[in-house]
Design a protein around this ligand. Sequence first.
Ligand code: ADP
Ligand code: MG
Length: 517
Amino acid sequence: MNFQTEIETLIRARYPILYIITNEEMRVQNLLVEIAAKRQKKVFEWTFSNGIVPAGTSIQSQKNRNASTKDPLAALDQVIEQVEPAIYLFKDFHPFLTKNNFAIIRKLKDIAQHLKNSFKTIVLISPVMEIPAELDKEITVINFPQPTKEDLGAMLDKIVAEVSDRKQIQIDLDDQGRDRLLQAALGLTLGEAENVFAKIIVQEQRLSGDYVNEVFAEKQQIIRKSGLLEYYKTEDDFASVGGLTVLKDWLNKRSVAFTDEARAFGLPAPKGILLLGVQGCGKSLCAKAVSRLWQLPLLRFDMGRMFGSLVGSSEENVRRAIAVAESVAPAVLWVDEIDKAFVGSQSSGATDGGTTARVFGTFLTWLSEKSAPVFVVTTANDVSQLPPELLRKGRLDEIFYVDLPNEEEREEIFRIHLAKRGRDPKNFDLKAMVETSKDLSGAEIEEAIISALYDAFYTKQELATGHVLATLGQTVPLAKTMSEKISAQRNWAAGRARNASIAHPVKNEAEARRMEL
Ligand SMILES: Nc1ncnc2c1ncn2[C@@H]1O[C@H](COP(=O)(O)OP(=O)(O)O)[C@@H](O)[C@H]1O
Ligand SMILES: [Mg+2]
């Protein structure tokens, strides 16, 4: 069912109060006007600045202000008093739906009863979902879909028609060029896309498929502004990842998974993986390397930010981030340290009115239902912070446990990081370094090499094995201070996750017999 039909059905079935989550007010309003015309109803809009006025009243027409209904309670009274069939679009109402506005909440509850027996409907529209528990039963929540290519196309055609009689403006859009522009604009709201197209026309005096880069630049700008997603440029590829052969293998096998041939062969597009495990062992590094391996753009999704106060966490924000990711698909979406989002909010209901849980729910639903080829790489250091829903089958293809590097892997890591700093590994006693670095993570090994470089440089010597062994000796492995946590994690991973390094399952330490040898 398309969105318009859905809304229309709800209105006809007399759902009294609809709540549409979006920040595209104009699109919703136009749609309501269309529905209303069909059903011979009027449309009124309410804003905090104007009160209740007929929808589409221009902001300049002072006489149409309805000052007495600026007050939300008075506005709701007016809805009751008016008798004609109508749709009332309330634009800035969510701030009044917070817990303490008892009068308004009560009033809405009363009105809901009244509306069921009338031909009137209230539509609340807001970028965030703010519904007090008292109104759960009265309010129906609907997600407003992002504009489709067709929506964008209709808007583009309208702009083109509007400028068609201006001789100085050259419109040069064949089907292919038009399609490229629209594809590039996917993920923008209708208003944003309209702005971009208008800007190109004004600036360049022409419009053709060659301007996709302008559209793309604008999209990047908007992505940046939203604060949740960023294009991530990376130099890291799998040549700079030591060990983790099982994971590398798995990813290698899927490097052609997003091609049409793979689809024709009957392969489903991979959904995503979770890399779980000890801090500093290369999880983030691998997430970055996937994008190089598969040659797909990398988008980083900032979970911490989403739940921080900076951006304001809202379903609308997440849905936008997802829409943008889908619009650049095929792509890799990297959700780093997803566990951080949940620290201290495990009983989200108690601390933030359930926002975390709801916003995350939006993300999970997308994970299991998505059809766009967006490969999701999530990383987490602490499984105990993760909600079990994420780990449920079907959401992700595989959970990999990334453990501390074993001897072989440590040797590779030493090689990589020595070579990275212009040193030939052949000149070093790798065996001694491997022995001295038991329980160290990749990150700690890298740090030890860097401090050894400082020591050597300070004493005006060339870096030698001795320098590295000395700094290794001084390093206290994080694994030691966190040994209990790590072994709990290992036990959790046994049987639930695949070991990223070796082809046999993670060993459960609790089950292993402890022999004193
Ligand atoms: N397996 C590895 N091979 C090579 N370098 C590694 C490895 N693991 C960690 N490192 C080094 O440590 C840095 C931090 O690792 P990172 O991927 O951020 O760890 P995590 O995300 O697991 O906490 C990396 O950028 C890399 O330089
Ligand atoms: Mg990391």
